[in-house]
Ligand binder design. Structure first.
Ligand SMILES: NC(=O)c1ccc[n+]([C@@H]2O[C@H](COP(=O)([O-])OP(=O)(O)OC[C@H]3O[C@@H](n4cnc5c(N)ncnc54)[C@H](OP(=O)(O)O)[C@@H]3O)[C@@H](O)[C@H]2O)c1
Length: 435
């Protein structure tokens, strides 16, 4: 059994600093718990001059990634620079050198995960990536190990804290989307360019990883129907509330017949749903399996320490494997035995919330419901709200389960009616299951 495992870290930014600090400050605790000494041997970053809130011996620091990748004493490379280039090159080179890899890089895994998993197989090394989804929440380990005996049928994730914070602020403080986004920036919850978060693409990266682990299905990012949250208004949040729902930014993977639905969009969720009280920057992943039933994994989805917690858990797993002289104990994912295909968005069926902005005069409702009827969309409830402006009134409808393609065609027809004064807001609902 090897008693010391050396680690090299590439990327000394937010998460890298958290990992270095935790390894330096908690190294002894980790050693006591796993029975192996984990030593931070090298840290590489392209900018070493920037002040950082952690003191590390200068002998550890380098700007040259080869100083880690070619060091035969380093057994584990931790990639924390993010993005595709050059992170992918470094990860592949580390594996080629026989090193195990820990990464938090969801964008890289979502885009090129298969290439990395194949390389890990080829070189007989481990690839761990707990921090890539849900920050400090141990969802990857749960899916790869704890739930291995389950056939999952649903994964619903609130996996982007920025979007969840914005929708929460809109509901609790009555802010507009733009006001809530400014608040998120002021608190450091949103990047200066927050488009990856609010357009849903960050959540789509995470969903691709969850779908692979949960269902064994390789999902391309282009297969994931992805919508942002910027068309949701405080009025819609209020109307949804009156109907017994909240609006959450959901990443959804679920099996329907022999297909897998994968989509990211704001969703009406019954206030009784387990995910309904996941507010602010918190993340949660709801999983439903045939043996366990419903489970909820909840916690901080981002931030220096939660992400460092996940990275250290991976380092501990890999260090244990190295110490025991083994690798590949846990495969990256289990391939799908059921050969599920990704369902085209046009084919999904959900209940819809629709909010029309129309001229307040007799016959308007009949026109709208006539179009809906033509496309086989049946209405579950209708209510007319307070006027927004002279003669302009919102009408809110809930539909029964309807086919997506029909909704799209019906709304195109409705929005071209002269009596309809703005693009209709349409939000899918998620029915509670097995809680
Ligand atoms: N932040 C979180 O809460 C969080 C949570 C979970 C997962 N993650 C993931 O963790 C990874 C790191 O995120 P982060 O927030 O720590 O990012 P970050 O603060 O931007 O840190 C990245 C660091 O890597 C450096 N770097 C960039 N390119 C490099 C290169 N070619 N060679 C050496 N160093 C390079 C950057 O330097 P410059 O600043 O000079 O470019 C920066 O110091 C990402 O994949 C992210 O998705 C982050």
């Amino acid at each position: 059994m090897r008693s010391t495992v050396n680690v090299g870290l590439i990327g000394f930014g937010t998460v890298g600093v958290g990992v270095a600090r935790a390894l330096l400050e908690k190294g002894h605790l980790l050693e006591q718990r796993i029975g192996t000494r984990v030593v931070l041997k090298r840290i590489c970053d392209k900018d070493l001059k920037r002040p950082r809130p952690v003191r590390v011996p200068s002998s550890l620091l380098t700007t040259d990634p080869r100083a880690l990748l070619r060091d035969p004493e380093i057994a584990v490379v931790v990639e924390l620079i993010g993005g595709i280039v050059p992170a992918k090159t470094y990860v592949l080179e580390a594996m080629r050198q026989g090193k195990h890899v820990v990464t938090a890089n969801k964008a890289l895994l979502a885009q090129d995960g298969h290439e990395l998993f194949a390389a890990a197989d080829r070189y007989g090394v481990d690839l761990y990536f707990e921090a890539s989804v849900g920050g400090g929440i141990p969802i990857i380990k749960a899916l790869r190990e704890s739930l291995i005996a389950n056939n999952l049928n649903t994964i619903l994730g609130i996996v982007n804290g920025t979007s969840n914070y914005i929708l929460t602020q809109m509901r609790e403080e009555g802010l507009s989307f733009h006001e809530a986004l400014l608040e998120a920036k002021r608190h450091g919850y949103a990047e200066r360019n927050p488009s990856l978060d609010i357009d849903g693409h960050d959540a789509a990266h995470k969903l691709a990883i969850l779908a692979l682990l949960g269902f064994g299905v390789r999902v391309r990012l282009s297969d994931i129907h992805t919508e942002g949250i910027n068309h949701v208004t405080p009025a819609d949040i209020q109307y949804a509330d009156e109907l017994g729902y909240c609006i959450k930014p959901l990443a959804i993977a679920k099996q329907v017949d022999h297909e897998l639905e994968v989509r990211v969009h704001p969703t009406l969720l019954a206030k009784t749903h387990l995910l309904a009280n996941v507010n602010g920057v918190y993340n949660a992943i709801y999983v439903h399996g045939d043996l366990v039933g419903a489970e909820l994994f909840y916690g901080r989805g981002a931030g220096q320490n939660p992400a460092a917690s996940a990275v250290l858990s991976d380092i501990a797993d890999v260090a244990r494997n190295v110490a025991m002289g083994m690798a590949r104990r846990v495969p990256a994912y289990c391939p799908d035995q059921k050969r599920l295909r990704v369902r085209r968005i046009d084919h999904i069926e959900t209940r819809y919330y629709m909010r029309f902005l129309v001229i307040d005069k007799p016959g308007v409702l009949a026109k709208i419901s006539g179009v809906l009827g033509r496309y086989d969309i049946s209405i579950a409830s209708v209510s007319q709200k307070e006027r927004w402006a002279a003669r302009i009134v919102p009408v809110v409808m809930m539909t029964h389960e309807v086919r997506e393609a029909n909704v799209r065609r019906a709304l195109e027809a409705i929005d071209s009616l002269g009596v309809v004064k703005a693009k209709t807001v349409a939000i899918r609902t998620e029915a509670p299951r097995g809680q």
